[in-house]
Design a protein around this ligand. Structure first.
Ligand code: TMP
Length: 201
């Protein structure tokens, strides 16, 4: 049986990555193999593209194209083979991030993202997307106290407002796939929400 594809999304500073080890354990407790991966990245070439994407200034459409180039490698070499052999795939970000950051944040037209998505993914879509949602001021405050910020993490509160709105818009448009997690509460409460969602799979 084909595995399930789960993606984690949210603004920088929304705290999504903290939950990866717990989600892996929850899935493994069902007796299935799980692959944990990330975007941009997940392959040798993808990680090289990630270094460029997170550090170099570039035209917003170049950024979009490189995100999808990295994604093409990731799908062909990691995601599809794993799903085909019945493993579950947990990806820290996927195409919803391109809608949020490159389209919502940078203003690349949604039509261009839609056509790249169709080209690169065919019918592949996540079975479940957890959107970790926090108010912009919370994310900005968390980033201010974090390690050296990358290109995206240095962006303004206005940029993050666009990102948050674009993510919430994606969640409204795809209610069957998205679960919005309130990440602005005690970590133990966020963990309970996440556990409840994963246990329904
Ligand atoms: P991370 O910090 O969650 O690992 O994500 C890396 C950064 O890449 C994050 O700031 C969001 C950004 N990103 C995009 O702008 N578009 C995309 O399609 C993806 C996957 C990530």
């Amino acid at each position: 049986m084909r595995g399930k594809f789960i993606t984690l999304e949210g603004m920088d500073g929304a705290g999504k990555s903290t939950h990866i080890p717990d989600i892996i354990k929850l899935i493994e407790s069902k007796g299935v193999e799980v692959i944990s991966t990330r975007e941009p990245g997940g392959t040798v070439l993808g990680e090289q593209l990630r270094a460029l994407l997170l550090n170099e200034a570039m035209h917003p459409e170049t950024e979009t194209l490189l995100m999808f180039a990295a994604r093409r490698e990731h799908i062909a070499n990691v995601i599809e083979p794993a799903l085909a052999r019945g493993a579950w795939v947990l990806s820290d970000r996927f195409t919803d991030a391109t809608y949020a950051y490159q389209s919502g944040g940078r203003g690349v037209s949604a039509e261009k993202v839609i056509s790249l998505e169709a080209w690169v993914q065919g019918n592949l879509q996540p079975d479940l997307t957890l959107l970790f949602d926090v108010p912009v001021e919370v994310s900005v405050a968390r980033l201010a106290s974090a390690r050296t910020p990358d290109k995206f993490e240095r962006e303004s509160a206005e940029f993050f407002t666009l990102i948050r709105n674009a993510y919430l818009d994606r969640a409204n448009k795809h209610p069957n796939r998205f679960r919005v997690v309130n990440s602005n509460q005690a970590l133990s409460d966020v963990k309970i929400e996440v556990k409840n969602i994963i246990s329904t799979l």
